[in-house]
Design a protein around this ligand. Structure first.
Ligand code: AP5
Length: 219
């Protein structure tokens, strides 16, 4: 069992690669973004507050997301956890360390996916996802084989995210550089950091991640 963090700015490809690891290695994807998108549909006051924060591109409070992860860590860990979009602040990173320790687990690798900002704009503006199975697509780089139908589950519920617009993306990038990028130094100092070229093609990025996992497994 291997527990990893996929770390990178919005649009780096974290969700895309997490889905492959789930399919290929039976790992469990813990995406705080997906959990929060589910919470916002609940119709509660908390759901409404989360929706406003996400649509602006700001970060939801540490307390809420740490609570969501804590709950998921009580469940099955399959081939290991993939933390996707979590942690995003130093407080979340400290909390994750404590939660893993408490449950007798450890973090095996933090994989930083490096992508430049210009590519992120193009990726975010062309993204759509399947509302049923969560598969991630792109108008140019990963279209569906049959227009309007998910390749994976056949659903026609293909959606674009409310925060995938130029204004929100500016805020999301700023939040990343101010609050999340310090985690690169944090995990480097702990000896957990691995870097992959996130600008490469999806299959090539997947191979680079597989290499890191093999390296960690045998070390
Ligand atoms: P979240 O859902 O985590 O969004 P994000 O981090 O902004 O990341 P994205 O989902 O936008 O991108 P990704 O890296 O997964 O890229 P993808 O694989 O889709 O968070 C949303 C919001 O929730 C936050 O803004 C915040 O408000 C809140 N939130 C979430 N977690 C939180 C936390 N821990 N604390 C506080 N607040 C939190 O790929 C993007 C596109 O590019 C796709 O179209 C894909 O097909 C394409 N693509 C992927 N890889 C490649 C490639 N190699 N080549 C070409 N195209 C590619």
């Amino acid at each position: 069992m291997i527990n990893i963090i996929l770390l990178g700015p919005p649009g780096a490809g974290k969700g895309t690669q997490a889905h492959r690891l789930v399919a290929e290695r039976n790992m469990i994807q813990l995406s705080t973004g997906d959990m929060l998108r589910e919470a916002r549909t609940s119709g509660t006051a908390m759901g409404k507050m989360v929706a406003d924060v996400m649509d602006r591109g700001d970060l939801v409070t540490d307390e809420i997301v740490i609570g969501l992860i804590d709950e998921k860590l009580q469940g099955d860990n399959g081939g290991g956890f993939i933390f996707d979009g979590f942690p995003r602040t130093l407080a979340q990173a400290d909390a994750l360390g404590a939660l893993l320790k408490r449950s007798g687990r450890k973090l095996d690798a933090v994989i930083e996916m490096q992508v430049d900002d210009a590519a992120l704009v193009a990726r975010i503006s062309g993204r759509f996802t399947c509302g049923d199975c969560g598969e991630v697509y792109h108008d140019d780089t990963k279209p569906t084989a049959k227009p309007g139908t998910c390749d994976k589950c056949g659903s026609s519920d293909l959606k674009r995210r409310a925060d995938d617009n130029a204004d929100s993306l500016k805020v999301r990038l700023m939040e990343y550089y101010k609050k999340t990028s310090p985690l690169i130094g944090y995990y480097y100092a702990k000896g957990d950091l691995h870097t992959v070229d996130g600008l490469a093609e999806i299959d090539t990025v997947a191979k680079s991640i597989a290499n890191v996992l093999d390296q960690v497994r045998t070390s």
